[in-house]
Design a protein around this ligand. Structure first.
Ligand code: ZN
Length: 49
């Protein structure tokens, strides 16, 4: 069996803007960066690249 993610990440997740680096915590992915309108990336899941 495949082991679960050892980091055991659970909400709130940390999201970082790929454009300006703005970070925020949320339970679900923000639609867009409140600072610049860029795309928010979930950085709480390092396995997903
Ligand atoms: Zn931004």
């Amino acid at each position: 069996m495949t082991p679960e993610d050892p980091h055991d990440v659970e909400p709130p997740y940390t999201y970082e803007c790929t454009e300006c680096g703005y970070r925020t915590e949320a339970e679900s992915q923000p639609v867009e960066c409140p600072e610049c309108g860029g795309r928010m990336k979930n950085i709480s899941v390092p396995r997903e690249q």
